[in-house]
Structures are given as C-alpha cells and as structure tokens.
Design a protein around this ligand. Structure first.
Ligand SMILES: Nc1ncnc2c1ncn2[C@@H]1O[C@H](COP(=O)(O)OP(=O)(O)OP(=O)(O)O)[C@@H](O)[C@H]1O
Ligand SMILES: [Mg+2]
Length: 425
C-alpha cells in the first residue's frame, strides 16, 4: 500500500518536470536558431588592419559588372561605365531598371557578384568600410530628416548641391513658387497648408498680419454663408460653445501675462471680477460637477488620452482631481478650502460645452457669462486698456490660430470632416 501510494504521489511532479524539460528544449532550439542569424561572416571589414584609410582620387570605373540575388535573379547584367573625377553623370531609366542597385554596388552597400568596380583604381569590394566613408558620400533615394523641418526635407538634395545655408532666405534659396509647385506635385500641399493654418503666430511676426486681415475680409465675402453651418463666428453678443468659459468672458487675446488662461487663478483682479459678476458660485458648482463626473467615469479606465477629450481635466491632473473629489465628497461648497476652490474654478473656466460632453452648462449661466463679458470689458478699460486685445473684425487675434483668424470664428466641431471642408474652402 505504502509503495503504491508513494508511486501515485510521484506522478504529478514527474509530469511537471517533463514539461519543464520540454520548455527548456524548445527554448534552447529557438535561441540557437535566432542566434544563427547573427552568426554570418562579415562582408567587409570596418577598418583595414595595419593602415590608415586610403585617400583616393575620385574616378569610378565599372566593368562588366553584374549583380545576382542568391536565388539567381539578375538585377544588373554586364554594366560598364566610367565617371571621371569632377564629372556629373545621370543614370536615366525606368523605375526598377536598376539605377539604385548600381549606385549601391558602387557604394559597397550591395556586393556585386561578378565584374569590377573601382574607385581611384582600387577594387571597391576589397576596400574596408572606412576607405569608402572617407572617399565617398551617398544621398539615399528617399531620405527623411526627422529632426528637420518640412522645408529642409524638401530641399535635401538642393542643400547637398548648394550648401546647407540654402534652406533659409538668401540669394541661392529657391523661389517660393517653385516650392509650392513641388509640394503640389508630391501631394503634400494640403497637409503643409493645414500645418501652417493651425499655427499660433508669435508676436514678432507682425508684418504678416495685414495680409491675414485681408484674407479674412475676402473669405467672409466669398464663403461666409457657405461655412456658417460649421463655424461659430466671433460675435460680441453670442456665446461661443467651442471656446472655454474664460475665453468667453475675456473675449479677446490676453496681451498681459496675468490674463493668460493658466494665470487667471493667481489674478486678484479677475477673481474679484468673478465675484462681482455673480459668477463664482455657479462656476464652482460647474467645476465640482465636472470633477465628479470625470472621476466617476474614468476612475476604472486606463488613462488613455482619447478619453480626456470629453473633459477639461488633463490626464496628468487626474490624480489631483481624484484626491479633491475624495476630500470634498461630503462637504458643501462653502466648506472647501481655498486651494480646492481655485482648482475647481479653473476647471470650470476651461470648460467648453461644445467640446466637453462630460457636463452641461445651464442657460442662466450663459446669460451671466455674456453680461460678465461686458462688465469685464468696462473694468479692464479702466484698469489697463492694453491688457486684452478684444476680438474685432479688423484686428489680428494673437491667441488664436491663423485658421481661426481667417475665419474670424472657430470650427464648430473637432470632427475632421468639418475641418476638411473649411480648409478646402
Ligand atoms: N534583393 C533583391 N531581390 C530581388 N529583387 C530585388 C532585390 N533588390 C532589388 N530588387 C529589384 O531590382 C529592381 C531594381 O531596383 P532599383 O531600386 O535598383 O531600381 P531603380 O532603377 O533605382 O528604380 P527607381 O527609378 O524606382 O528608383 C527592382 O525591380 C527591385 O524590386
Ligand atoms: Mg532608385
């Protein structure tokens, strides 16, 4: 009995061990298979032993050169040509005819399978990488400079020819019309236009502004009615659903730093104004509502940026508001401390009913905000007339993108179709 029961108890661990062994075997085989990919002999040495890289004269000779793939496909067949130092040679041929392949053979990036190619009378296949890089430059067919601007990417080969300074304004810089033509030919025009339109201009770039105001006028004449469906035009008597409440109150571009959106909570003038306009209380309860709803809906989700499009809370602020909601849960609004009050007010001021579906704003508040807009204008004129540049049809709005400046309004939805339509207009 003892023997039988001992034998039975051995069975499971034994089975488990065998499974481990199997996993181990599979693992080692896969490991060797993977490593075999790296165990290939080096095609050409990086540096030549016992000598410095050659300084070669720049003529290239190609003689009966052929290139065959390992499965026997002939990509180049018996090519011969001479290029003397200082000569410019263009290879012309159909796409796929082997121009790049030949260039890559000469640059030692492909190993030709028969014939010869020499650089300054030395066989290219016999040179070390260091000899090649010392004596030859290569511009690849489709290079992309991730660090560079679109302009630098477009002018890549132009720069190679004229020197790097040619990307900027200057005698050798290409004509703007030529650039636009290239953009159109390469199908990039609309994207580049959109990048440009979505820029917020720096204040230094004043000289471009009258042009934009002119565009605004002709845009309104030609397309005003057609785009009215997707655009909220700036109108002093209308609430903007696609702008934040602070932007609705100020209704202009903040010129003084203390009136920029992220500084309002440190601005005693603005906080006093909210009190006098009877806005503090309703904004505070809106802020509380937004914080509660956001925390409630997002607390169990991974914090993906996408979810945050519906709320003025930013992903990096989520933990902070979660904590505030926890602390003020069972308190009424007058019991919460100064810091929490400011955090909730800030949320409400950022809230844009068109974009943020997490809460709604009551009709009476819209009226208060519109009344507040006039009171604010009154007051700021007395305090510092230059602190805010109010939206006016003949004035550039520095806080808005070029696009919104031309529209003199905001596209109603974040839906790309509406953007698309107004960009194409
Ligand atoms: N390793 C390979 N195996 C099989 N075919 C290949 C291999 N490398 C390149 N090719 C083929 O060789 C042909 C020559 O390509 P290559 O890029 O040299 O042409 P190209 O003249 O530079 O064309 P383009 O004008 O479009 O730049 C192409 O049809 C390509 O698909
Ligand atoms: Mg090519």
């Amino acid at each position: 009995m003892a023997f039988l029961s001992a034998q039975e108890k051995l069975y499971d661990p034994w089975k488990e061990l065998i499974e481990f062994y199997q996993v181990y075997q599979d693992g080692s085989i896969n490991y060797y298979k993977t490593m075999a990919f790296f165990d290939v002999p080096v095609e050409t040495a990086l540096v030549a032993k016992d000598r410095e890289p050659y300084e070669l004269e720049g003529s290239v000779h190609v003689e009966h050169l052929s290139l065959e793939t390992p499965d026997g496909i002939r990509l180049l067949d018996d090519v011969s040509l001479d290029m003397l130092q200082g000569e410019q040679v263009a290879l012309v041929g159909f796409s796929g005819s082997g121009k790049s392949s030949l260039a890559l053979c000469i640059a030692q990036l492909y190993q030709y399978t028969s014939g010869h190619a020499t650089l300054g009378s030395r066989e290219i296949s016999g040179l070390a990488k260091a000899d090649i890089t010392r004596n030859m430059g290569l511009v690849s067919q489709s290079p992309f400079i991730f660090e560079g601007t679109i302009r630098e990417n477009l002018l890549y080969s132009y720069m190679a020819l004229h020197g790097e300074d040619c990307t900027l304004e200057g005698d050798c810089a290409p004509e703007l019309d030529a650039l636009v033509q290239v953009l159109q030919q390469s199908g990039l025009f609309v994207d580049v236009l959109r990048f440009g339109l979505n820029t917020i201009l720096q204040e230094e770039e004043e000289e471009n502004l009258p042009v934009i105001i002119d565009m605004r006028k002709s845009f309104q004449q030609e397309y005003g009615e057609a785009v009215a469906e997707w655009v909220e035009f700036f109108d002093e008597r209308q609430f903007l659903s696609y702008a934040g409440i602070a932007e609705n109150i100020i209704f202009g571009a903040p010129m003084a730093d203390e009136f920029k959106n992220d500084r309002l909570m440190e601005n005693p003038f603005f906080l006093d104004f909210l009190d006098d306009a009877d806005l503090t209380r309703p904004l505070l309860s809106l802020g509380k509502e937004i914080a509660y709803q956001t925390v409630d809906i997002l607390k169990n989700l991974t914090l993906d940026r996408m979810f945050f499009e519906q709320t003025p809370i930013r992903p990096e602020e989520f933990a902070q508001y979660e904590e505030i909601v926890r602390v003020i849960k069972n308190k009424s609004l007058h019991q919460i401390n100064r810091q929490q009050t400011l955090a909730l007010l800030e949320l409400a001021l950022r809230f844009s009913p068109g974009k943020h579906r997490i809460a709604a704003i009551p009709e009476f508040m819209v009226h208060l905000i519109l009344e507040g807009r006039f009171l604010f204008k009154e007051r700021i004129k007395q305090k510092n007339a230059h602190a805010v540049a109010f939206f006016k049809n003949d004035r550039y709005i520095h806080s808005q993108t070029i696009f919104n400046n031309i529209l003199f309004g905001i596209v109603k939805t974040t839906n790309p179709a509406a953007q698309e339509k107004s960009t194409s207009s």
